[in-house]
Design a protein around this ligand. Structure first.
Ligand code: URA
Length: 433
């Protein structure tokens, strides 16, 4: 088999065989296929697409490129969740404890942030002492003991994705539905859970900018999961507005604690209850309505908050942050960002808000940048709220006052104010199963 023939075949819009896809993934993993040929095939896939069978074969070949985690020592149905990412997305820290509080084990591997804001691992590491670098044995033991662990991706999980993602990032081939689906689902399948709930975000702060594209991505990933014999559902949620009021690592941990205590913002609470209910449904805890009630109860009776505290302790973090969030790191300086005119806030564009937060130190500008755990933004107003000219819209948190100016410039592009009240749009757009 020759790589050039595979590239030409896809360039002509033809379907690749399982063997051809396996040849490509094996070659990219062992280094026998040069980057220029791999990039060329990625662009051909981007332009000509892949059908469901090719996408499943690509995903399975990527899983086979490395190790998979064996969670069979943990009894019961293990449910995983993946969010396609968004600004201020702290759902894992909330719904993991909710689901585990009901006895459904959650063994979650999470990532660090790519751009914008930090990922779940960065957020959890803002808790003093919290250890996300668990060996597979430690990870499984904590799930066996308390039903919940969140760790950074360990070992040699899907090495093909690491190489492909790095190439896609610099060759303009990130936004391809088959490539995104295979990248996400290969990591989910290798992480070993029996069932998967996907939170597919749509809007300015997400990979998918339109509902139509989000539906396509969701359907493709659900078909891959089902094809690989994992129960899989996708919930499409709105990312045209930031979720909750906090953006930034320790700020988001604080907000997660507020949600788990029953007094968090409504939007993030609603999304978490829906996602948790779907996870519980896949774990066989009843129908969606019953599972929604179960999920709500874990907040009301304090069991989800208790579970979060247990997880922090089990992963060597200072669990006292749950009762005293002031123990979390905070920034030395704050700055009020004020409305430039009177009216309704019609939009706070999520990706620009993410960049503004990153500029304060909450995210990485490059892979090598370090994260400032206390930095970020607290929203005082959300889209739909009325503001007076000069009224504070958000508070910026940073450890150097010199960082505020660039962030404010970005926020001037993010906040839109108009005389007309914007119409309310649903947060949960669709559920694909
Ligand atoms: N997240 C991933 O893990 N891979 C993609 O391709 C896009 C988002």
């Amino acid at each position: 088999m020759r790589m050039v023939d595979i590239i030409i075949k896809k360039k002509e819009g033809l379907k690749l065989s399982k063997e051809e896809i396996e040849f490509f993934i094996k070659g990219i993993t062992d280094g026998s296929i040069p980057d220029y040929q791999a990039s060329s095939l990625l662009m051909a896939i981007c332009l000509k697409g892949m059908d469901d069978e090719e996408t499943l074969n690509l995903t399975l070949a990527m899983v086979a490129s490395g190790e998979s985690i064996d969670l069979s020592q943990i009894p019961k149905i293990k449910v995983d969740k993946h969010s396609t990412g968004g600004v201020g997305d702290k759902t894992t820290m909330i719904l993991g404890p909710m689901v585990a509080a009901l006895g459904v084990p959650v063994a979650k591997m999470s990532g660090r942030g790519l751009g914008h804001t930090g990922g779940t691992i960065d957020k959890l590491e803002s808790i003093p002492g919290f250890n996300t670098e668990l060996s597979q044995e430690e990870f499984i033991k904590i799930v066996q003991d308390i039903g919940l662990a969140v760790a950074g991706q360990t070992g040699n999980l899907v090495p093909a994705d690491k190489k492909l993602y790095a190439l896609r990032d610099v060759t303009g081939t990130v936004d391809s539905i088959p490539l995104i689906s295979a990248s996400i689902m290969s990591k989910k399948l290798a992480a070993g859970s029996d069932a998967i709930v996907l939170d597919v975000k749509v809007g300015s702060g997400a990979f998918m900018k339109t509902t139509e594209d989000a539906r396509k991505l969701a359907k493709t990933m659900v078909k891959i999961g089902t094809g690989a014999k994992r129960k899989t559902v996708a919930v499409i949620t709105d990312m045209d507005r930031p979720l909750g009021k906090a953006i930034g690592n320790a700020l988001e941990v604080k907000e997660a604690i507020e949600v788990l205590s029953g007094h968090g913002p409504d939007d993030i609470t609603e999304v978490c209850i829906t996602l948790a209910a779907k996870m519980l449904e896949l774990a066989g805890m009843g129908d969606f309505k019953k599972c929604t009630g179960l999920a709500e109860r874990t907040i009301q009776d304090g069991s989800a908050l208790k579970k979060f505290e247990q997880m922090i302790k089990a992963q060597n973090g200072n669990e006292k942050v749950v009762d005293n969030p002031d123990l979390l790191p905070s920034a030395k300086y704050t700055f009020e960002y004020k409305a430039t005119s009177k009216g309704y806030i019609t939009a706070i564009i999520s990706d620009k808000l993410g960049v503004a937060s990153m500029l304060l130190g909450a995210g990485r500008a490059t892979k090598e940048s370090t994260i400032d755990p206390g930095a970020g933004i607290t929203l005082l107003k959300k889209p739909g709220d009325m503001v007076e000219k000069g009224e504070p819209v958000m508070i910026l948190h940073a450890n150097s006052q010199s960082l505020f100016e660039a962030s404010v410039n970005e926020l001037d592009k993010a906040v839109e104010i108009s005389g007309e009240k914007p119409s309310e749009t649903p947060l949960i757009i669709d559920i694909i199963q």
